[in-house]
Design a protein around this ligand. Structure first.
Ligand code: PBG
Length: 343
C-alpha cells in the first residue's frame, strides 16, 4: 500500500512568499474589474461580411457545409447590404457562384463588365452606398477547372493570369468596388492591379492583399458554396503558401506592400494567428484575418450537435484575432455578431 507522506512542512513556503505577494487573480475577482482591465474588444467596426451570390432573382439556397449561410441572388444581396448598414457592419466581400456554362479554361467571363460579381456590386452600391464593397478578383469562380489562374499544359501561368486579373480589377472598380482583394497569389499581381487602377483613374480604390494565403484544407465548404468542389483537379500548392512556412509569409507581405497593397490579409485565420502577429509587428499595416468557411463550419457544426456553445466559441475565436493584432476580420458570423453586439 502506498501511504501518503505529507511534504516537509518545515520548509514549505506560503503562497505570499512564493509570489512575493503578487496575486494575479486580484483583478479577475469580479465582472467590473475584469471589464476594467480587458485589453482587447470586439466591435462591429471589426467586421467584414463575406457573402455568396448566384444568378436569378429573389432566391436563396442554404450551403449544406455552412449551416446558416446562404447563396443569394443580387437583389437579395442589396437587401442584405441594407441590413449591414443598419447593423453598422463596415464592409461586405462578395463571392460569386458563376453558372457552369459560363466557366472556361481561362476564366474569360471575369472580363465581362456585366458579370454576376459586377452586377452585385452595382446592386449593393445602389441600395447601401455607405457600405464598403470588397471584391475578390481571382479566377477560380470563372474557370472550368477551379484554379485561380489560367491553366496551360498543366501549369498555372503567372503573367497571363496577372494581366487578366488586373483588367478584371478595373471592371470591378468601374462597377463600384471600393477595395480590390486579389486572392490568387500570383507574383506581381498587386503592382499590376495598382498600375491598371491608376491608369483608369481609380486612385482611390484600395487593394487588400490576400498576402499570405496558405494551401489549406479549411477552404472545403467554400468550394461547395461557389461550386468548384467537383471541378478542382489537383491542388493549389504551386501558388498558395506552404502551411509550414512563416518567414516566406513575411516575404510575401513585404513584396505586396512594396507593390502597393494598402491592407494585408492572412487566410485562413485561427490556425495562423502566429502569422498575423508577425505581420502586424513587422509592418504596422492594417491587417486582417479571414475566418474561412472550414473554420465557420467547425464551430457551426459542433454547436448544432450541442457539443460546444456556438455563440461563445464564435466570440472567443473573433476576439483571438483582435488579440493577435488584427484590425478586422472577414467572418461569416458577421451579421450574427453584429446583432449580438447591438443587443
Ligand atoms: C480562391 C478563394 C478561396 C476562398 C476564397 N477565394 C480558396 C479556395 O477556394 O482555394 C476561401 C474562402 C473560405 O474558405 O471561406 N480565390
Amino acid at each position: 500500500m502506498n501511504k501518503f507522506t505529507p511534504p516537509r512542512q518545515a520548509t514549505a513556503r506560503t503562497v505570499d512568499e512564493i509570489t512575493g505577494s503578487r496575486r494575479l487573480r486580484r483583478m479577475r475577482k469580479a465582472d467590473w474589474s475584469r471589464r476594467l482591465v480587458q485589453e482587447n474588444r470586439l466591435t462591429v467596426d471589426d467586421l467584414i461580411w463575406p457573402i455568396f451570390v448566384m444568378e436569378g432573382e429573389n432566391r436563396r439556397e442554404e450551403i449544406a457545409a455552412m449551416p446558416g449561410v446562404f447563396r443569394i441572388t443580387a437583389d437579395l444581396a442589396a437587401i442584405e447590404a441594407e441590413r449591414a448598414a443598419r447593423l453598422g457592419i463596415p464592409a461586405i466581400a462578395t463571392f460569386p457562384n458563376v453558372d457552369i456554362q459560363r466557366r472556361d479554361e481561362t476564366g474569360s467571363h471575369i472580363l465581362d463588365a456585366d458579370n454576376l460579381i459586377n452586377r452585385t456590386t452595382r446592386a449593393i452600391k445602389a441600395a447601401a452606398p455607405e457600405v464598403g464593397v470588397i471584391t475578390d478578383v481571382a479566377l477560380d469562380p470563372f474557370t472550368s477547372h477551379g484554379h485561380d489562374g489560367i491553366l496551360r499544359d498543366g501549369i498555372i501561368v503567372n503573367d497571363e493570369t496577372v494581366a487578366q486579373v488586373a483588367a478584371a480589377a478595373v471592371l470591378q472598380a468601374q462597377a463600384g468596388a471600393d477595395i480590390i482583394a486579389p486572392s490568387d497569389m500570383m507574383d506581381g499581381r498587386i503592382g499590376a492591379i495598382r498600375d491598371q487602377l491608376d491608369a483608369a483613374g481609380y486612385q482611390d480604390v484600395a487593394i487588400m492583399s490576400y498576402a499570405t494565403k496558405f494551401a489549406s484544407a479549411f477552404y472545403g465548404p467554400y468550394r461547395e458554396a461557389i461550386g468548384t468542389q467537383g471541378l478542382l483537379k489537383g491542388d493549389k500548392k504551386t501558388y498558395y503558401l506552404d502551411h509550414a512556412n512563416s518567414d516566406e509569409a513575411v516575404r510575401e507581405a513585404e513584396q505586396d506592400l512594396a507593390e502597393g497593397a494598402d491592407m494585408l490579409m492572412v487566410k485562413p485565420g485561427l490556425p495562423y494567428l502566429d502569422i498575423i502577429c508577425r505581420l502586424k509587428d513587422e509592418f504596422r499595416m492594417p491587417t486582417f484575418a479571414y475566418q474561412v468557411s472550414g473554420e465557420y463550419a467547425m464551430i457551426a457544426a459542433a454547436a448544432r450537435n450541442g457539443w460546444i456553445d456556438g455563440d461563445k466559441a464564435m466570440l472567443e475565436s473573433l476576439l483571438a484575432f483582435k488579440r493577435a493584432g488584427c484590425d478586422g476580420i472577414l467572418t461569416y458570423f458577421a451579421p450574427k455578431v453584429a446583432e449580438m453586439l447591438k443587443g
